[in-house]
Structure formats: structure tokens, C-alpha cells
Design a protein around this ligand. Sequence first.
Ligand SMILES: Nc1ncnc2c1ncn2[C@@H]1O[C@H](COP(=O)(O)OP(=O)(O)OP(=O)(O)O)[C@@H](O)[C@H]1O
Ligand SMILES: [Mg+2]
Length: 337
Amino acid sequence: MAELRNYLEGRPNSILFLYGPKSSGKTTLMYRLFEQIEAEKRYEINFLNLREILLTSYDDFIDAFFFKSSSAENGLKAGILRQYSLFGLFKLDAFTEKMLKKHQEDPFLIMKREFQRLIKKGIQPVVIIDEFHKLDGLYLPDKQKRLMVELMNFFVAMTKESHLCQVIIASSDAFFIEQVYVDSKLRKTSKFMKLDYFEKEDIFAWLRDIKKYNQVHEYTLDEKQIETIWDTVGGSAWEIHSILEDLFQYSIDTIVSKIKRAKVAMIAEWTFDDEARNCLLRHFRKQPIRKLTELAGTGKKLLGQALYYDPVDGIYGIQGKSLEWGIKGYFEELERI
Ligand SMILES: Nc1ncnc2c1ncn2[C@@H]1O[C@H](COP(=O)(O)OP(=O)(O)OP(=O)(O)O)[C@@H](O)[C@H]1O
Ligand SMILES: [Mg+2]
């Protein structure tokens, strides 16, 4: 949060890419940031979570970004739908709206005008887009230009060149993050921030006091049980939540054994009759991260499907500790056959 706040305090100068493994809390962090600064009148936040929006055409993009009554509202998680200012709330006049729908108005110009209007009022516009890679595959109406690329160029202009708007883009799509990073223009005009799973000491502090953090009164966890949880799922908050729920009914050993078996089955299913996938995972049998250079010969697409990518260190990694157990168990099973 402090890093994000620090970024927002400065003059717009770069796009901030938030990346990290699956379920490390990127979206949660964005929502939390949103809640915090929403109350401050200095910022106008346009927040869009593309995961929950059906995007199949340019018109869907226009709908999501500019029209309140459209799918944009669905971008907010149920339960926290409040007075959020999100894309789709740009106050378009009827004429502009019509022209935009008829593809006779430039959406980028509309956004830029809105940013300029806000700056004049002393308000800093902030754009936050979660799951940005979902725009891939969409084209501008002239069919030539990739929407994702054009939008990214627009954001470079809005940050580095005209300093009008802060832009935060989150994605856990390894393929996308890698594409951004290899593009020298984007790399030079962007900041990269990693959100990883929790550290061990944080997990222990949490699980020693589930009464405080989760309002669990029915049971407590001893050190051995906490160690077992850490050993099984590491710092993945989502999986820990799930274990805490199951503990109302089952013993820790039962739960852990089921998690591991399920991951082995999942890996077996994913690798079935597929030598390339088997070969890729063999690299991760003994260690959860690998340098890109150690993975020569593995297709980029495949890497992106299976792993997360850390562009700063040039590392591909397994998406969580429990999956490491799955890979380990899978290869042990193969050896027994
Ligand atoms: N700081 C936190 N404390 C407790 N739980 C958290 C925290 N951050 C995230 N979680 C929980 O972890 C789960 C995953 O979080 P979230 O969906 O934000 O991750 P993500 O990185 O956006 O995932 P994805 O890669 O799928 O987009 C959620 O169920 C959320 O409640
Ligand atoms: Mg997310």
C-alpha cells in the first residue's frame, strides 16, 4: 500500500504494472487502494476489473469504458458496489455518446479531455485496470490496430509525455507481462511492482490469532498445525482461508492430504500424453523457480500457461506451494509405475 501511495503522490511519469503469481492478492490490493483514496477528494479514480466483463469486440470495450448502464458495473465485486467512480461514469453529453457508439469519435480523445478537465479542477485522475491482458485480441474499428497496443501507447502519452493521469495495470498473465517487458519503449516508460504471497512470519502471526483475524472462536491452531499449513500451501491467503473453513469439520491431516492428492491429480491431468508439458514441469521438480535461460527449448506460450513470470529477475515460477507438492507427487507416482 505504501509503495502504491508513493507512486500516486508523484507526478504522473510512468505506467505502474502490478504483477505476481495467481491469487497473491493483486485485485484485493487494488480494491483496498481504491477504498482508501476514494474518500480523498484529490483523486478521481477510474477503476475497471476486466475479469468479470465479457469482451469480444471493440463495442464491448467502449461499453465497458464509457457506459455506466453496461457491463462496466459488473466489474465491481458483488458486495462492495458503492459510490465508486469507475469507467463508464465519464459524463458524456448525448452527442458525444452517439458519435462514440457510431465509431465517429475517438475514445482516447474523450479520455484525454476528461483528464484535462479534472486537472484544471485540481483533481488527479487515476486509471486502474485489472486483468488488462483480456483486451488482447480486440482491434480498433479499422481492423488494423490492436486495441491493447493502442491503449498502452495512449497511457504512455498520458503519463510520461503529458503527465495527466496515473495509470496502474494489474495482470497475472505471464505472457502479457513478458510482452510488455520485452517492448523496450514500454519497459522504459513503466514501473514494475511484484506482489508475492505472504512471508512466513506474517502467516504465523495470522494463524496464531485466528480469533482476532478471522473471528474463529471454535478452535485454535498450535505451532505444529501452523507449520503444517505453511508447509502445504505457503503464503497463499486464498488457500489458507479455505483450510480454516475446512477445519470446522475435518482434521488438519485429512485436509492436507486431500489438497496434495488433488494437486497431483491436477498435474497428471494437465500433463497427460503431452511430452512438452511433462518436460517443462520436470525443470521444476526440485525447485519452484527457474531462470528463463534454464528453460531453453520450452515454448513461450506453454511457459505463460503454466507459470508466473517475474520480468525484473527474469524468472518463471510455480503458482504456489501446493502446486509444488502436486509436481513432486506426480513425478514420484510416475517413478513407481
Ligand atoms: N492481504 C490479504 N489478507 C487476507 N486475504 C487476502 C489478502 N489479499 C488477498 N486475500 C485473499 O486471497 C484471495 C485471492 O486474492 P486476489 O483475487 O486479490 O488475488 P489476485 O492476485 O488478484 O489473483 P489473480 O491472479 O487470480 O488475479 C482472495 O480470496 C482474497 O480474499
Ligand atoms: Mg486478480
